[in-house]
Design a protein around this ligand. Sequence first.
Ligand code: DGT
Ligand code: CA
Ligand code: CA
Length: 595
Amino acid sequence: MPVVNADVAAAFGQIADLLEVQGANVFRVRAYRNAARTLSELGRSVKAMLEGGEDLDALPGIGPDLAGKIAEVVATGTCKQLEELKKELPAALTVLLTIRGLGPKRVRTLHDELGIETLEQLLAAAREGRIRNVRGFGVETERQIVAAATERISGARRFRLGMATEVCDGLLSELKAVPGVQQAVAAGSLRRRRDTVGDLDLLVTARRGSPVMERFTGGADVRRVLSSGGTRSSAVLKNGLQVDVRAVPAASFGAAWLYFTGSKAHNIALRRIAQDAGLKLNEYGLFRGTTRIAGDTEASVYRALGLPFIEPELREDRGELEAAREFRLPRLVERADLRGDLHSHTKESDGYATLEAMAAAAREHGLQYLAITEHSKRLALARGLDAGRLARQMARIDEFNARLEGIELLKGVEVDILENGALDLPDAVLKRLDLVVGAIHHRFDLPREKQTERLLRAMDHPHFSILAHPTGRLIDERAGYDIDLPRVIRKARERGCFLELNTHPARLDLDDVACRMARDEGVLVSINSDAHSTLEFDNLRLGIGQARRGWLQASDVLNTRPMDELMPLLDATMGRSAIRHARPAKTREAFAPHA
Ligand code: DGT
Ligand code: CA
Ligand code: CA
């Protein structure tokens, strides 16, 4: 397979992990991580750039040394440094980093003291009670390790929702183009918008004789066909993702869609409701005796059971059936409800686009405001801003707002939360901004109590609006840092600040369950792209899916507010009275999508 940006990024990620476990210099580690991110967000193929003779060291965070390594990976699929690191340390160690609560230091300790190199060895040691005696570990940690390692070992590989959605959309449009195909839709966890999916479940209805299954199994992306038949086929794609396609009759399409959307738990609970009413529910329909009384649409099935339609994102048996029965289902937030985005970067720090380009792209995406929130100075490799550069950017934003119609830029910063919970810029600087977004970017390995205190202290700062990517997890790469999340959420309520749902495909942080906890505490969630390029506003959709899974309504989301309602809320987090200067209402009046 040809090497793509993601492969180079994965190699760099692995180098960073191994260096970190070795206890290497943090700047070296970060250089690889930044380069990995640069590559995965680039939007252009480095292979093509190299072939076109372009200079890779012009990319942010990539010097001649890394540029050389990129060329090496593109040419050979790996690089000397990675191979050497693998000789020094078993590469399997990096999988241990994905276990919640295990950072590089702890992984190294387990390796040095107990010789643990694989998940299986980790699980065995935890089960035998050998981990609790290692310095820095305890019974509770050991218990968490058993749970996480068991899950990891039994669970087959899962794929990020963002990637799976792209693949799914491509497959569906191919299937729809096959002669005789009437409908082609996604079911399963993808339709429920779970943050990861195990496999894709597609449903089609087609006229008799349609070559839909042959076209699917003969597709260019298929690596291996697992089974093939007239009503069901399964194949593994070249990227490892398994896809099941089922052909169903139109009369039972709704019942089949309901069944294969799941979740299994929702299906079981729904079937019980049917049974209690003397009915039978399966993937062919809802039956009284042998008579089908519903099943052509999903709504027909719910209706016949006396229920309103339940959105797929809610179908997890987490109280949605009770809520449906009592007609108190939430009216879930939609993409169109978002009026702005409160976290983004430009070329000034580690983004790829100018202020103007980012603003234009946000407007294209129907947004009325965009907060520019560059990194602060501690993140030197991301070219974080000091007070002087930030002041100059603020002046540019004022000038921009005076000039441009249809979108308003807000002056913000993504300030680093230092190890002791202080913020990386002086109060006098922060207080002049419209909003302060705070985030952790280093020392992920602090113990739970310390890490939680660090966040709480940061939120207590007089100028603190939004806690960005609150848990720090990277899906499929590493667990979040160890924090007492319920305490952080309660703190946000007491402090009156907000929590982010970062929509980067690797983050989706807060996740669905945490969103629901925030909602229950009355803490508004801000659904932010954290865009580093003009392409990333599309990711807001991924975040909307998680928010919906967390039962959020438009009113539970900060950035569904128009500017005139948003500003007083932000002002309050900045220690300003809500009746600050009246802002011009031009944004809303002059706003015309795609103008
Ligand atoms: P995944 O693929 O692990 O991300 O999760 P799902 O939910 O897509 O699960 P999958 O692909 O195994 O099955 C798709 C749907 O089919 C599932 O959500 C519900 C339905 N289903 C599968 N097996 C069963 C079952 O044994 N009982 C019931 N009631 N439904 C099932
Ligand atoms: Ca599935
Ligand atoms: Ca499946």
